[in-house]
Write a protein that binds this ligand. Structure first.
Ligand code: AMP
Length: 173
C-alpha cells in the first residue's frame, strides 16, 4: 500500500476508490485545482500598501522568502501586484535611483486572478500566456491565497511521483 506519509495532501478527502484512483493515475491529467494546491501549500497572502517604499517591499520579500506581494489599499482591497521583476525593471530604468519610489509606483494594476476551482492546467496557461509567474486566488472578494509557477510544478511533481508509486504497486501486486 502507498503509505499516508508518501501521499500528496490533496486538500479535501480523496473521494475515489482505489481502482478509480489507479484508473485516474493511468489515464488522466491532474484533477487538481487552485484550491487543492492552496490546501497543500497554505493560504497565506503577504500584502503591502501602495505607499510602502520599495526598500520595505524588498525587506518583506526577503523575510518571507517570496518573489511577489499583493498591494492592498487601506480598505483591504487589492489594487495591484508587485514582483521582483518590477523591482529589477525599476533599477534598470533608473540606474542612479536611490529608490524613493513606492509599491504603488511599480506595481501592475491589471491583475489576472484565478478562483479556487480553476484547474491546475488553466493556471499554467494563464501564467504562460500572461508571461508572469504568480496568480492571486480570489474567493469572491476575499484573496484565498497566492500561487506561483513553482508551487504548481512542485505540486504536479508530487502527484506524478505518487501516481508512479501506485502504478508500480499495481504491477508488483
Ligand atoms: P512575475 O513573472 O510573476 O515576476 O511577473 C512578471 C510581471 O508580470 C511583473 O510586471 C508583475 O507585476 C506582473 N504580474 C505578475 N503576476 C501577475 C498577475 N497575476 N496578473 C498580472 N500581472 C502580473
Amino acid at each position: 500500500m502507498v503509505s499516508k506519509k508518501n501521499a500528496p495532501h490533496f486538500g479535501h478527502e480523496n473521494p475515489h476508490t482505489h481502482s478509480q484512483s489507479v484508473e485516474a493515475a493511468v489515464t488522466g491529467p491532474s484533477k487538481a485545482t487552485a484550491e487543492t494546491i492552496l490546501a497543500s501549500k497554505g493560504h497565506d497572502v503577504i500584502a503591502v500598501r501602495p505607499t510602502d517604499s520599495i526598500h520595505r517591499v524588498t525587506e518583506v520579500m526577503k523575510e518571507h522568502g517570496i518573489g511577489s506581494v499583493v498591494v492592498k489599499d487601506q480598505n483591504g482591497h487589492m489594487v495591484g501586484i508587485l514582483t521582483e521583476r518590477d523591482i529589477v525593471r525599476g533599477f534598470a530604468d533608473e540606474p542612479d535611483n536611490t529608490f524613493d519610489e513606492t509599491a504603488g509606483d511599480l506595481m501592475t494594476t491589471k491583475v489576472v486572478t484565478a478562483s479556487p476551482d480553476t484547474p491546475l492546467l488553466e493556471l499554467l496557461h494563464r501564467m504562460t500566456e500572461g508571461r508572469f509567474r504568480h496568480i492571486p486566488v480570489l474567493d469572491g472578494d476575499h484573496i484565498a491565497g497566492m500561487i506561483s509557477i513553482g508551487d504548481v510544478v512542485k505540486f504536479r511533481l508530487r502527484e506524478l511521483e505518487y501516481e508512479t508509486l501506485k502504478l508500480k504497486q499495481m504491477i508488483v501486486g
